[in-house]
Design a binder for this molecule. Sequence first.
Ligand SMILES: *Cc1c(COP(=O)(O)O)cnc(C)c1O
Length: 383
Amino acid sequence: MTPFLPFALPDIGEEEINEVVDSLRSGWLTTGPKTKRFEEDFAVFAGEGSEAIAVNSATAGLHLALEASGIGAGDEVITTPYTFTATAEVVRYLGADPVFVDIDPATFNIDPAKIEAAITPRTRAIIPVHFAGLSCAMDEILRIARKNGLKVIEDAAHALPTTCKGRLIGSLDSDATVYSFYATKTITTGEGGMIITRNPEVARRCRVMRLHGISRDSFDRYTSTKPAWRYEVVAPGFKYNMTDLAASLGIHQLKKASVFQIKRQAMAACYDDAFRSLPMVLPPKAPLGDMHAWHLYVIRLTDKAPVTRDRFIELMAEKGVGCSVHFIPLHLHPYWRDRYELKPEDFPQSLRAYERAVSLPLYTRMSEADQLTVINAVREILS
Ligand SMILES: *Cc1c(COP(=O)(O)O)cnc(C)c1O
């Protein structure tokens, strides 16, 4: 009996381990020199004019970016139901309401053709989610946002690295882009996130609000020549700062992001070749010349599949392969359903996508043999 192949595993090398040990020995555990270095490296990665603000999760980052963009009680923020609940919950933190717009069934990304119909006098922002690591139609989304005076905060939790018409996600003209370094994401710090913005006011506000609304961060206080004990609280902020232990992982993970992407892309191509004649819709590709981060490899079973989606996942588990489903659309969850009186058919494309979707394991620590195990299991079940 071969051991169970988990759905996801982080890829942590000796460089990360040594960097964490170095921090442990240094005596500086919380936000400090490693976090500063990770932010500087990330700002270089995101390109000209960008500022990077490290936080302890993408959820925190989305919350801060919306707060800094002036979203508040009574406002509406457009997003997709085909996402993780964090994307929409942060809107509720601020007393605002998410307004869901269905997805394009080809990409699982928000359908730009449906956005304008959802805009009301209360709409303030759009949160596009680059599902699985494939860019949303950012040209159209940014055009609609500009025309209607809306902010754009990109949920780039899956999109490192992803490009849109040759430009890296994180370098576009949105108000902020937020990455996740959760344990299963394309690069990880265990828990963590990064806000990228080119708006100095948004950056300043995020920096203050990520640490209790204090006007100087603790690293600055301990290293600057001004008295260390003196600081000012200018707002009721949050406790969202990244630790140096997490940043120690991030510094090395970021360096590997490109190599990881190349490996994930090759693995995705290998799955595509193996599954072409099976009763499933393969995941969409990035347009020619663009990069897909391949955070997820999501297949959709067709009517011709001999088993249901749920049964398929059970049989995969019996064959020793962990699968998942991304996502259970938000409008099917009790909180969102009840609060906004949503019915399953309100977002038919999201519902249909969900009912047939299976995420297969795709991560850099998988060996060729691991991938073959997955391929053989899928073939046995579906042919
Ligand atoms: C993982 C994820 C998040 C939340 O990321 P955290 O770092 O865990 O807070 C947000 N949005 C999407 C689409 C995600 O997949």
